[in-house]
Design a protein around this ligand. Structure first.
Ligand code: BTN
Length: 264
């Protein structure tokens, strides 16, 4: 697959000489953080065919079977304070939607904050991890897992009803290398305008975000609250209106959002 990706990337692509392929790995994010600590440059890309310990938000696992998906991490080194990167996951989600649209011809929606969905099923997830030194970002690792080739029975029973793949929603076979190439390209474009293009990226995020306008349940530990999602601010926080009329900006850190009657 690495050969296909290199063949499809434009010959002068700035990241083309720093793409690492793994047949199997514990987690591309974990390895990317190690490589970043060892000095790997910005734009280092790790892609695996299989992860034995794929990780998601809130300590969840991300099922990463061989031959089925794209499991990719990219090392970025934005020169800023971490509070200026609150929108990073949102910008990456828009870039992933752009990549899927370019490669497959359909555009997923985004379930706040980091799930790409289509036909009421989760197609992809994003896990961003920052390393901060002396108040400044040392590196940001963006990890993206996209289900490409699975059919419903390929998913474990606990997620079978809510997980989907590009093949399932497109109704045809998917060329994983093509999707991976588009993803590398869109993430590089996103990185070029990450700081000064924040407002524009968040405007695009709001257009893709299917959570806005829905009744939702907010789960934080054992606490469950119900509200109505009215927007997303420029820091990526979900604006939730509660029955007593007050509106809160909810950060993604420890909260999971569900539709009032199901996953979406
Ligand atoms: C989520 O659904 O909460 C996020 C899933 C992120 C999965 C990707 S796959 C590549 C990278 N390596 C990991 O261990 N996780 C991310």
């Amino acid at each position: 697959m690495k050969e296909h990706i290199l063949h499809d990337l434009p010959g002068d692509h700035p990241w083309q000489n720093q793409i690492y392929w793994f047949d199997s790995i514990d987690s591309t994010n974990t390895r990317a953080k190690q490589m970043a600590a060892d000095g790997a440059p910005y734009g280092t890309v790790l892609i695996a065919d299989h992860q034995t310990g794929g990780r998601g938000r809130l300590g969840r696992t991300f099922q990463s079977p061989s031959g089925m998906g794209i499991y990719m991490s990219v090392i970025l080194r934005p020169q800023c304070r971490p509070e200026h990167l609150m929108h990073l996951t949102c910008a990456a989600a828009v870039a992933a939607c752009d990549a899927i649209e370019a490669a497959v011809g359909l555009r997923p929606g985004i379930k706040w904050t980091n799930d790409l969905v289509h036909s009421s099923r989760k197609l992809a997830g994003i896990l961003t991890e920052l390393s901060v030194e002396a108040g400044t970002v040392n590196c940001a690792v963006i990890g993206i897992g996209i289900n490409c080739c699975q059919q419903e029975t390929d998913f474990a029973p606990d997620i079978r009803a809510v997980a989907g793949s590009l093949a399932m929603v497109a109704g045809r076979q998917i060329d994983r290398a093509k999707v991976a190439t588009a993803l590398i390209d869109q993430l590089q474009r996103m990185d070029r305008t990450l700081l000064e293009g924040k407002a524009a990226a968040m405007e695009r995020y709001r257009q893709d975000c299917i959570t806005i306008g829905r009744d939702i349940s907010l789960v934080r530990g054992d606490e469950l609250r119900h509200g109505h999602a009215v927007g997303v601010d420029d820091e990526g926080a979900l604006l939730v209106s509660f029955p007593d009329g007050h509106v809160e900006a909810v950060n993604s850190g420890e909260v999971s959002v569900r539709g009032m009657y199901g996953y979406i």
